[in-house]
Write a protein that binds this ligand. Structure first.
Ligand code: MTE
Length: 324
């Protein structure tokens, strides 16, 4: 059965080797006669560069930085090259090194449906949405359940802005968010033991929190495909698997959605998935994390350090687990 299949998440913490993918890449580049000094330069990511050149939203970036959101004490921005080549996107395979495969995904035309318990269903064209949305840049810490982390400058707009646009009915309690499905280009979706499409969910209160951010860009440019273009979520107080990529539908509902990983293994990947260093994953500790930019192991903070902004959401939530 599909949920018995080992995933990259199902490894011991000691085996989580975040640098492996780009170390390998360096070895490949070295073997090809390309020096390490050249790695940071754009020509080494030709497919990425050309993908960005043709992205019709390119002229929107960079957007104004919102200085309220910073890397935090002792943290530094993860190099762009690392954050855009070490990615989790199971639609393109279970390795971190899927960025080349992700270039096959067509991201225009692209529409996002807002439906379910709303005044009126809407289908939004991504470029019309981008033209209207209050775009800004925010620097967020990004903590994966696999015990690695990054610091990323995302561009995008508050999820609450989109919720207001959707005009949910008063009975709507949750957002069920869905990724595209296209196994012709997304080779991972041919693995039928996974419950495609990727689905995530948040409560209306979580969606209303100012930290909940719809991402359309990164490092002052349009979002690369491997990071979830043209639209993904960033929920920095939760484990990264909640930050769903390649969004095509947001449905408002009064039924708590079952997310992709929860359906596969609910005892390890719960609905709430708020970062908590004191609750270990079944197979590794969550007390520390490896910052993959600096390769340093650092203590993990409750709510990934965003407790002041989000702890209130959960003050009346007593009957459910708040952690994965
Ligand atoms: N969204 C989709 N559709 N498919 C995925 O496999 N992986 C999740 C999340 N969003 C995933 C996804 C996981 S496990 C993490 S940690 C983050 O994306 C990784 O985001 P990044 O690759 O941009 O760092």
């Amino acid at each position: 059965m599909f949920f018995r299949r080992p995933r990259s998440w199902e490894i011991k913490e000691s085996q989580v080797t975040p640098k492996a993918s780009y170390v390998n890449r360096r070895q490949i580049l070295a073997a090809a006669g390309i020096g390490v000094g050249a790695i940071a330069s754009a020509p080494l990511l030709p497919k990425l560069a050309s993908a960005q050149e043709v992205d019709p939203s390119a002229s929107l970036y960079p957007v104004t930085n919102n200085g309220s959101f910073t890397a935090g004490e002792g943290r530094v921005l993860t190099p762009e090259d690392t954050a855009t080549t070490y990615t989790n996107y199971y639609e393109f395979g279970s390795s971190k090194n899927i960025w080349r495969k992700a270039q096959d995904l067509p991201i225009r035309p692209w529409t996002v449906v807002l439906d379910g318990m709303v005044e009126q269903e809407q289908t939004l064209d991504i470029d019309a949405l981008l033209a209207e949305a209050p775009l800004e840049e925010r620097i967020y810490r990004h903590r994966c359940v696999e015990a690695w982390s990054m610091v990323v400058p995302w561009s995008g707009f508050p999820l609450s802005w989109l919720v207001n646009k959707a005009k949910p009915l008063s009975g709507a309690k949750y957002l069920r968010i869905e990724t595209f499905e296209d196994s012709k280009v997304a080779v991972g979706q041919r693995q039928t033991w996974y419950p495609w499409p990727y689905v995530e969910g948040v409560t209306i209160d979580e969606a209303a929190n100012d930290l909940a951010f719809m991402v359309t860009g990164i490092y002052g440019k349009p979002l690369p495909k491997q990071n979830g273009a043209p639209l993904r979520l960033a929920l920095p107080w939760k484990y990264g698997f909640k930050s769903i990529k390649g969004i095509v539908r947001i449905s408002f509902t009064d039924v708590r959605p079952v997310s992709f990983w929860e359906e596969i293994n609910a005892s390890e990947y719960g609905f709430w998935a708020n970062v908590n260093p004191e609750i270990p994953h079944k197979r590794w500790s969550q007390a520390t994390e490896r910052d993959i930019g600096t390769d340093k192991r650092i203590p993990t903070q409750i709510y990934n350090g965003y407790g002041d902004q989000v702890a209130d959401i959960y003050k009346n939530v007593t009957d459910r687990r708040l952690w994965s």
